[in-house]
Ligand binder design. Structure first.
Ligand code: PEP
Length: 256
């Protein structure tokens, strides 16, 4: 049985004091019951170290929202995997649709970031998902398959097993219009089938797949009850301690 994983993507929100306060409220409020679920907070770069220090020794991990694939050098504005590890991260989100759409992130860049993350000891959360136009024209599966193949190109089966894939339909992110559990499960199944083709049945069964897109405490169970869905990547609702704790609780209760 795959271990559940709920991650909070804070995006460009929270100052250092606000982030430390939220992380503290989460580690105090979620501490006792989360040992059956991985919980990851992904603050903006500026708050990563302070958040990691605040929750040190708790069950909660820290991740970043992006990374560069080079270790160091003349890459103004970028942050390396080694720097993230140094700041207390054990996870990194790669290929979020906002980065793909607004910052020109390609499948090739996602692949380089994934390889760099794994070799630095960071666990990657690889985001994939189709736009509304792609869904409406019937190419959602093809688009997501291509993104998965691009991200995992040249990655060994052993390394692939450590990755998490977040299926996040772009039309569901931040819109309040979540996918249905059934549709998200079908896409997660298709992602697993793609991984089985690339690697093996065992690798495809080891990779954890999250759903992301307007997840709230009230709809988490619908996704968590699906056999192919192992967790959630949460944006807006991860910014409030009560909501995020409610989501983690629904995730855990649904998989019992
Ligand atoms: C996200 O940004 O990854 C996300 C899923 O956002 P939201 O939960 O706000 O839709």
């Amino acid at each position: 049985m795959r271990r559940s994983i709920v991650a909070g993507n804070w995006k460009m929100n929270k100052t250092i004091p606000d982030g430390v306060e939220l992380a503290g409220a989460l580690s105090d409020g979620a501490g006792e019951f989360i040992d059956s679920c991985d919980v990851v907070l992904c603050p903006p770069f500026t708050a990563v170290k302070a958040v990691a220090d605040r929750i040190l020794g708790s069950e909660i991990d820290v991740g970043a929202q992006d990374v560069h694939w080079e270790s160091s050098g003349a890459f103004t504005g970028e942050v390396s995997c080694e720097m993230l590890v140094d700041a207390g991260c054990s996870w990194v989100i790669i290929g979020h649709s906002e980065r793909r759409a607004m910052f020109g992130e390609t499948d090739d860049a996602v692949n380089k970031k994934m390889k760099a993350a794994i070799s630095a000891g960071l666990k990657p959360v690889i985001c994939v998902g189709e736009t509304l136009a792609q869904r409406e024209e019937g190419s959602a599966s093809e688009v997501v398959r291509r993104q998965v193949k691009g991200a995992f190109a040249g990655v060994s089966g052993e390394d692939a097993s450590k990755a998490v894939v977040a299926y996040e339909p772009v039309w569901a992110i931040g819109t309040g219009r979540a996918s249905t559990g059934e549709d998200a499960n079908a896409m997660a199944r298709m992602i697993r089938d793609t991984l089985a083709e690339l690697y093996s049945h065992d690798v495809s069964e080891a990779v954890r797949i999250q759903y992301g897109g307007s997840v709230k405490p009230g709809n988490m169970a619908e996704f968590a009850q699906q056999p192919e869905i192992d967790g959630a990547l949460v944006g807006g609702a991860s910014l409030k301690a009560d909501d995020f704790i409610g989501i983690i609780r629904a995730m855990i209760d649904s998989k019992k």
